[in-house]
Design a protein around this ligand. Structure first.
Ligand code: FES
Length: 161
């Protein structure tokens, strides 16, 4: 049985957003960190979630949708327990990002944008992770992995499976 996602932040989440607003000149400026709070709570931000955040910040829904869709870091669909984000920008591409993607893809049996059937892993491509000097790089949830090789991918994923 699937559980419907709440489209309201929890009282604690709302409290965090309220506190956040004290650090910004206006509600619009606090939108991205508010989306982060929502994503931490829900794991992703649905269209209904965006509406809820828009209501909370008294912003047009279209503005929230525009900001959320621009940032790849904002998950617009559910992701697995481990969200593997492989950088595919220039430095990483030049240093073999595509073979890293292929390796992850083959090992987990998923393609870019997909989640494993057990909901454990999601594979995404992302823009520069600001780790160009140690390319190719990827991020799994909040952890960075750099100077990647296929061997390292196997070691990293074996620890998570
Ligand atoms: S291009 Fe991949 S970290 Fe910058």
């Amino acid at each position: 049985m699937s559980v419907a996602m709440s489209v309201e932040l929890s009282p604690k989440g709302k409290e965090r957003v309220k506190e956040l607003l004290t650090h910004y000149p206006n509600k619009q400026a606090a939108l991205i960190p508010a989306l982060w709070i929502a994503q931490e709570e829900w794991g992703w931000v649905s269209a209904e979630g965006m509406e809820s955040i828009a209501k909370l910040l008294e912003l047009p829904v279209s503005h929230v949708q525009g900001v959320a869709s621009f940032y790849t870091m904002c998950n617009k669909k559910p992701v697995g327990k481990y969200h593997i984000q492989v950088c595919w920008n220039i430095s990483c591409s030049l240093r073999g990002a595509s073979s890293i993607v292929d390796c992850v893809s083959k090992k987990l049996g998923i393609r870019m944008g997909e989640t494993t059937p057990d909901k454990k892993f999601t594979l995404s491509g992302v823009e520069c992770l600001a780790s160009c000097g140690t390319a190719p790089a990827m991020q799994i949830n909040d952890t960075y992995y750099e100077n990647l090789t296929e061997e390292k991918i196997h070691q990293i994923l074996d620890k998570l499976t």
